[in-house]
Design a protein around this ligand. Sequence first.
Ligand code: NI
Length: 450
Amino acid sequence: MKYLKFTAVMLSVVLLSLSLSGCGSAKKDFKNAADLFFTEYSEQRALGESESDISYSKNGSYALNFLKSGNENTDKIVAEYINTKKDAFVKECETDENKGNQLFVDYACYKAADNLIGVIVKSEKKTKDGALLDTEYKTFNFNLNSGAEITDELLTTKLRNKMSRYLNRYSDDKLGGEITFNLDSKELSNAILSENGIIVHINNFKNKVNIPYQDVARQISAELRENLSITTVNGALIRDIDPTKPMVALTFDDGPSAKYTDKILDILEDYDSVATFFEVATNLKYAPDALRRAEQMGCEIGSHTTTHANLSKLDAAGIRAEISKTNAEFERVLGHKPTLLRPPYGACNDTVKQTCDQYLIGWSVDTLDWQSRNADKIINIVKSEESLNGDVILMHSLYDSTVQATEKLVPWLISEGYQLVTVSELIEYGYDSDLTLGKYYSYNFFTGIE
Ligand code: NI
């Protein structure tokens, strides 16, 4: 009797499962698969409610999730893309080979600003048994005021160039240099705007890299920058630099000087220009406010060691000690350590290159201002150069004659068509190059001989 009962139970279980394996169950399975697919992006939908269209059929089933951004044009552009995919899929399913296939489409939406969004649409095609046939991604960026796409306006050559350099560093650090990017890399075209930066998907969308806006702020078009409310880089107002126009970097060493640094800054400010100051750490205490003012103006402050040390005469331990002492003093006064270091006397050897963790900067035009102490002589040396494009001019912020020369040179350089930039900007824009550790940027580099 016991066995009979057991058999009866077993029989009813079998009957129940037979009835579930019919059409109703497959439909439910599809609905569950769709729900599961829609969870991947469910946390990343910055805007409004989405709208889904789920259709089950023995010929082919699809589950689509549509963006509802609040702007009809935007929603229409995304919907057209999704519906085109759906129509092609439905047609495909008419063949025996594709019968019963499944299509899933969902989207993620990032909000970069009130009127700017980035959207990723992900599509997956599967067999009726759920085996993956194909995954496809499509990205969009929209201006919600007009509803229009903004990808071309976003991905200028300038920005793609800078993004590719950022991604190469990422690839070197995180992926063992596995992927190399250039401005034509297809990955850049899938860039989308988000709250904190530009998101690029690499490795067929396996890795998501967020490029912070601060790292590409100067390369983003002025209009988009305004929409994104980006006005400064590292606390300094963004100046527009035209990489196609000539540029030159003025540099002032051995300060700061309580007497002269502010005078030089006054001149630069009058002409909306910047320079780079290589300062001796023991001097920082004489003009800390001038240094902070310089940084706010967008000038660059580099290190010139603590005691104007000849680094080439030190061993690695001695260099390390000098630099860590110097950086501590810069951090105390400016809140951060300098990224650039100009070795005093331009004295640089392999030990210096291998030991310093700062970019080593020399010069290409020596005004000998410390020797002549004569404004006219300084000016003549600069003017006697055939072209100053890409040059780094060496002066010292310690002499009245240098201030007088600067007062004449800045407007003259501008009238000659030069943009006055910092050393880092010159290397980045003028030479279209990333600063590299272990390299001495000196005469040969800045005169293009290298
Ligand atoms: Ni010096």
